[in-house]
Design a protein around this ligand. Structure first.
Ligand code: KPL
Length: 312
């Protein structure tokens, strides 16, 4: 059976993982969205530039379109933005088989569950990564920081399943990853951290380090609401621990621009609906009252509309 991993989504993370796989000798394929993007890629001799601490490495990566061939795809890593997952997967769906396995690397929550529902026979894994990268050009990625990737299978029935063996390819690529028996609490915690940081950075156009000061007196109540939300989703974490985790991320990434601020700067659709939107909807369904979270969501939506960006 073909173990060739395909990477769907040529954003910063997709390029980074493609580069890391290819430089380790893994035969991976990058799936591009348009014929123009593929032509451009091939005009550059299929060379992907990986930049790290000022040094640039040229790596050959084969790219194709979803409908370039009928070869079945059995290992698919999806690295698109959360709002692009459904459309991107429809384009590749004819090449998936019942035994195909999908790895989802999106921010927030909501897009993952939609994929699990759309592809009920395939094994769909969820992941969360702290790998840092940004795209300098269509074929150039800057590797800003080595993080860790947590992967897991959200299906717990009939019993939590072990990691599939093909994930050893990630180890071969030098990707630091760990199998999580319960991946949903990991994604919920990441979502809570993103709810606390990303909207404030987008609203105030500030780096992560300025978040507590810019958020002002509502920051404490926001974290309390996020803790209540996590508790309603069976995430076992004390309130103080959540507050400490949020502040630790703010400190560790103080000089960074959050992904949402980067999206706004690039005039790109943000992942607001998969972060704040999902948090507010889940709070409603759980019967919680979250006035600070709701107000933040509305404020951010108005801000995005004023900038000419979609509010979802
Ligand atoms: O994940 C992030 C993001 O920007 O989306 C944080 C943790 C806020 C780091 O920037």
């Amino acid at each position: 059976m073909s173990e060739t991993p395909y990477i769907l989504g040529a954003g910063s993370l997709g390029l980074l993982w493609a580069a890391r796989c290819a430089r380790a000798g893994i035969d991976c394929r990058l799936i591009l969205r348009t014929p123009a993007a593929l032509r451009e890629w091939q005009d550059r001799d299929s060379v992907l530039l990986l930049e790290r601490q000022g040094a640039v490495e040229s790596i050959q990566v084969t790219a194709e379109l979803a409908d370039s061939s009928e070869t079945p795809i059995r290992r698919l890593i999806i690295t698109t933005k959360a709002w692009a997952v459904a459309g991107a997967l429809e384009s590749i769906a004819p090449r998936l088989r019942a035994d195909s396995q999908l790895v989802l690397l999106q921010n927030g929550l909501g897009s993952q569950q939609a994929v699990s529902e759309r592809f009920p026979t395939q094994r769909v894994l969820y992941a969360s990564t702290t790998d840092g990268a940004w795209k300098r050009a269509a074929n150039q990625v800057v590797w800003a920081g080595t993080g860790q990737t947590l992967l897991g299978d959200p299906r717990q029935e009939p019993a939590p399943a072990p990691a599939p063996e093909w994930l050893a390819l990630l180890t071969q690529a030098g990707i630091d990853w760990r199998w999580e028996r319960e991946i949903l609490p990991v994604l919920w915690l990441k979502l809570a951290i993103n709810c606390a940081i990303n909207p404030i950075t987008a609203l105030h156009d500030c780096p992560n380090g300025e978040v507590p000061e810019r958020a002002g007196p509502l920051f404490g109540p926001l974290l309390v609401e996020l803790h209540t939300l996590l508790a309603s989703q069976s995430v076992q974490l004390g309130q103080t621990e959540l507050i400490e985790r949020v502040h630790a991320v703010i400190q560790a990434t103080a000089a960074n621009s959050s992904s949402m601020r980067q999206d706004v700067h690039a005039g790109r659709r943000t992942e607001i609906d998969f972060i704040l939107g999902h948090a507010c909807r889940t709070a409603r369904l759980a019967g919680l009252t979250t006035p600070v979270l709701d107000a933040l969501h509305q404020q951010l939506q108005s801000h995005l509309i004023n900038l000419g960006l979609p509010p979802d």
